[in-house]
Structures are given as structure tokens and as C-alpha cells.
Design a binder for this molecule. Structure first.
Ligand code: AMP
Length: 206
């Protein structure tokens, strides 16, 4: 008979964990939802987690709001704790996998993520790097700002967020490239075309 441990280990080996990486406006949210539906992964957006905390008017939400409204990153410790809590709430070790949207955004977060995964007997399989040029990003975010209700989708803050992406977030790609787990995806084209490229990359891991 299988022990409980053996059963858990079987679940670990089946998990596929994907980081959907890209600048603000690169289509991470849209594509993550499609991946979630097709592969039955948990979609975790750290931006959404923070917006939920703000909506609840929690202490975390009040603290995070000051950073988000200025287009700055919230401190690593806070976001890592929030993510660890979510992993436990969702009991992720017994799932098909995770699609991370908006995390990691610093090399420190990437290192912490791999520790969180290691503690759960798993790791990041793939970082999908959605590439979209800056002009297109700005156009998309300004368009989204007309309906998103997000006060960080305005011209000043968009520029700030893109510059933080270039300086603080982009080095995360090198981290996963060194591990041989980085795949670049052209993020220009129809949602369906891009999703097909993403699906092919995920199917390559399976
Ligand atoms: P997003 O919805 O991913 O565009 O995130 C919106 C905002 O939430 C960002 O501009 C940051 O202020 C904050 N945020 C989301 N995820 C992270 C993260 N991994 N690290 C730091 N700040 C984050």
C-alpha cells in the first residue's frame, strides 16, 4: 500500500509551474486566464492579491496602496509572505500546477520563490518572457486605463512602472536563463496566436 508520503510525492512530480513574465501591458493577465482554463493550473496574480487587500482596507492593503499608486514595487518581504499564504490556502502541492502572473519582479523574489517551491518539493519549470515594444505597451495601458478603474494606468505612472520593469524586474530573466528555463515569446499578434505559442512551450515541458 502507498504511504501518504508517496502519494504526495506523486502529486509533486506532476506539477508544472510557469512564470508568465513581461512588462506591464504585455498581456500577462489575459494569457494567464487562458492557461488557467486549458491546463487547470492555479492562476496567481500578485497585483490582484494586493488589490484585494486594498479593497478589504486591511493593514497590508493600506501599506501597499502607497507603493502601487506611485507605480513602485511593494517590498519583497511583504509580497513573498502574501504568496506563501496563498500557496497554503490553495494547497498548491496537490494541484496540476501554478501560473504566476506579476511575480517574481526582482531577483530576490525569484530566489525566495525557488525556496518556497523547494519546501514544497517542486520548482519553476519555465519562465515565459512575453516581449512587447514600449510604444505598444504604453498604448495598451492607456487604453486599459479607460475601463480598468486602476489609478496606476495613467501616463506618469505607466512610465514609472515601465522604467522599474527595465531596471529591477528584467534581471529575473537572467536568473532563469542560467537555469536553462527561459523561453521568449513574441507578444505582438492576436490573443489566439500568442496563446498557441505559449501552449506549445508548456506542452514541451509536459
Ligand atoms: P500588476 O497588477 O501585476 O500590474 O501589479 C500592480 C502593482 O502591484 C505593481 O505596479 C506593484 O506596485 C504591485 N506589485 C504586484 N506584484 C508585485 C511584486 N511581485 N512585487 C512588488 N510589487 C508588486
Amino acid at each position: 500500500m502507498e504511504t501518504e508520503n508517496e502519494i504526495s510525492n506523486q502529486s509533486f512530480s506532476k506539477m508544472i509551474n510557469i512564470i508568465l513574465f513581461g512588462a506591464p501591458g504585455s498581456g500577462k493577465g489575459t494569457q494567464s486566464s487562458l492557461i488557467e482554463q486549458k491546463y487547470n493550473f492555479h492562476h496567481i496574480s500578485t497585483g490582484e492579491l494586493l488589490r484585494e487587500e486594498i479593497a478589504k482596507d486591511s493593514e497590508v492593503g493600506k501599506f501597499a496602496h502607497g507603493f502601487i499608486s506611485k507605480g513602485k514595487l511593494v517590498p519583497d518581504d511583504l509580497i513573498i509572505q502574501l504568496l506563501a499564504k496563498k500557496f497554503d490556502e490553495l494547497n498548491v502541492v496537490h494541484s496540476n500546477g501554478i501560473i504566476l502572473d506579476g511575480f517574481p519582479r526582482t531577483v530576490g523574489q525569484a530566489e525566495a520563490l525557488e525556496v518556497l517551491f523547494e519546501e514544497r518539493g517542486t520548482h519553476t519549470d519555465l519562465l515565459l518572457d512575453l516581449r512587447v515594444d514600449e510604444e505598444e505597451l504604453i498604448n495598451r495601458l492607456l487604453l486599459r486605463g479607460q475601463t480598468s478603474g486602476r489609478n496606476d494606468d495613467n501616463m506618469d505612472i505607466i512610465h514609472k512602472r515601465i522604467s522599474i520593469y527595465n531596471n529591477q524586474t528584467r534581471p529575473v530573466v537572467d536568473f532563469y536563463e542560467k537555469l536553462g528555463r527561459h523561453v521568449e515569446i513574441d507578444g505582438i499578434g492576436s490573443v489566439e496566436e500568442i496563446f498557441e505559442k505559449i501552449s506549445n512551450a508548456i506542452d514541451g515541458v509536459k
